[in-house]
Structure formats: C-alpha cells, structure tokens
Design a protein. Structure first.
Length: 344
C-alpha cells in the first residue's frame, strides 16, 4: 500500500508531499475502523506497552524523531502506525515561518534528505492546545529551541518559556542546541552556554515539579559533526547537571558520505539526514557510551533504515532509537520490521 502512495507523493515537491501525506494518513485514521486501518498498512496489533513515566526508555524502544510532526497535529496516527513514542517540534516560543522555500529536498538514490526548514512551527501556545487532551497511552516528547530573532545571550529565556508551557502536557523534553538552519545556534552547544541553559531548566523544574510529582526526562540533541573534545564536554554537562541523557544525532552539514549524488551543492545549505548519516551517528554513540555513566540514556537516530542497523545502535549503547528519513522512504514497514526483529 505505502509503495503506491509513495510513488504519487514523490511526484510532488517534497514539502507539499510531506503535508499531504500526513494529512491523508490522519484522515484515514479518523474515518476507518482501527482494525481496517491496521490491515490497510499491514500494522500488527501491538500489545499495550507497560511503561513507568519516571523511567520511560527502558520500555520504549522505537520512536519518531523530531521534524516530522512539528506542530503536534499527527501524533495519534503516527502512534497507531507503531511508533512507541513521538517527538514533536522543534517548538519555539513564538510562531515562525522558517526559511524561504524550497527548503526540503530528496536525494532518492542515496535515500537521504536535505532540509533547511529553519524551525518553522506554530509557536508553543498553539501547540500546547493540541496536547492538552492527549491520550495518556501515547508518549509525546517536546523538542524545544529558540526563535531566530532571539540573540544567543538571551536564548535561555526561550528554552524556559517552552519548558514552562509544555511541562504538564508532554512526557519528556529534548533541548535542541544544534541545527544548521538557525544562525549561530550551534555555538550554544559549547560547554559554557550549554551549562547555562541546562542548569536553568533543571532549576525551573524544581518549581514546576511541585504541581507534577514526576520529573520529566530531559535530554540534549547533539550534532554528528563533533570532535572528541566536544563529545567529552557534552558528556560532562550531562553528568554535571544530572539530566537524563542525549539524543544522538541531528542532521549533518557534511556531504562526504553521499554515493550517488555528485553535485549536492545544487541544493544549497542544510542538514543531511538518512542513509549516509548512519556511520557518523553510530560512531558518536560509541564514544558517548565511553564518557557517560551507564544510567544515562542515549537515543540513537540517524540513517537507521534496516533492522540490522537498529540492532547495531543498541549494541553500541543506545537505549532507544528514532526514525525519520527511513520512514519517509519505507513507510510503516520499517517500524514493523525493526519491532519484529528486536521482539519489541
């Protein structure tokens, strides 16, 4: 079924296809009986996951990476397709339209995507409204960031605004200090500014937790284009502030692992995701596992397009994985294949 849908969608501009595809899926989910929806997309009838909200990731293994459902409009259908947890965003305090179009490109033979979206989203208040009545059995995390117009020295305020607004409606947070599509954002990944942001969120949580007795997991999302020294700095920040862990990795600015696309410069700047990213992400996870204590969670993401690659991520030290580009190219079958292989 999905192969037919993909052929049609891939005739369209990538961003238009993205919105049309998700809207069509959501419509089908709303109008079809559950079992018929599962039959159409060959989705197994997964048993409910028994999870502890204070300790999510030993139980949740296969999730959706941020960027697909930026505005929390499709998380219910995505959960129905087999994702055990959904990460929305990146969410910023005020709405922003993002970078000029076109800004999303498929590299079909390499099974990759280049994007320079620029944190386009509806803003935290509108997104919060869509999550207030979220079913309790659907785990949603919020990937939060700063607005483009906010200078780096005031970035901590943007993260705090999103954290406060979403604290009671999401299940975990991811601090996004790494996107190649927001000017100077990556400098927040340096140790001192990162400590400032993370410490501020942890302090804020002490106030918020009075109304919510279960502290929410907080993770950092980091780049694959990091030196060993930077990786060690990230690990030190995680250990020092005692946050939950790390999401590794975001997209790469490198084009070195492309095989078929000989002229990637024609697409312009942006982050590359998909198959060419796998080795870089896997290497980062292996190094993080050396520097981090065993109780710190690592969520592996980047180029996981087979069951075998998912298995490699777990063997390298990841506690959970996220998919994005392989879901675009393979549809729900990649979720089913991984969950079947790993008996999840």
């Amino acid at each position: 079924m999905y192969s037919c849908i993909r052929k049609i969608l891939f005739l369209l501009d990538a961003e238009k296809a993205h919105h049309l595809g998700l809207s069509a899926l959501t419509l089908l989910y709303k109008i079809l009986p559950k079992r018929f929806f599962q039959l159409v997309f060959n989705i197994p009838n997964y048993p409910p996951v028994n999870f502890d909200r204070n300790n999510l990731f030993p139980h949740l293994k296969v999730g959706l990476a941020a960027g697909l459902d930026k505005n929390a409009q499709h998380y219910q259908v995505l959960a129905a397709l087999g994702f055990q947890f959904i990460e929305i965003g990146t969410v910023t305090p005020i709405p922003q339209s993002g970078n000029p179009k076109p800004r999303l490109f498929r590299l079909l033979k390499d099974e990759a995507i280049i994007n320079r979206m620029g944190f386009n989203n509806d803003g935290v208040k509108r997104i919060k409204k869509r999550l207030i009545h979220k079913p309790k059995n659907i785990i949603v995390g919020a990937n939060i960031g700063k607005n483009k117009i906010t200078p780096n020295e005031l970035a901590v305020n943007d993260y705090l605004i999103c954290f406060r607004e979403l604290y009671d409606v999401v299940d975990y947070f991811v601090i996004n200090v790494r996107s190649p599509n927001t000017p100077d954002l990556r400098s927040l990944q340096d140790k001192e500014p990162l400590l400032k942001i993370v410490s501020a969120l942890k302090n804020e949580e002490q106030l918020l937790v009075k109304n919510n007795p279960s502290p929410k997991p907080i993770l950092l999302k980091i780049a694959p284009d990091m030196t060993d020294e930077q990786i060690q700095d990230i690990a030190e920040v995680i250990q020092t502030t005692n946050i939950t862990g790390v999401v590794a990795t975001n997209t790469t600015i490198s084009r070195e692992h492309l095989i078929y696309e000989k002229h990637p410069e024609k697409y312009g700047e942006g982050g590359l995701s998909g198959k060419p990213l796998f080795d870089k992400s896997l290497n980062i996870i292996k190094k993080l596992r050396i520097f981090l204590s065993s109780d710190k969670i690592i969520i592996g993401v980047g180029g996981i397009d087979t069951e075998e690659k998912a298995e490699q991520m777990f063997k390298a030290g990841a506690h959970a994985i996220q998919l994005y580009t392989s879901f675009i190219y393979r549809g729900p079958s990649i979720i089913t294949a991984i969950r079947k292989k790993l008996h999840i």
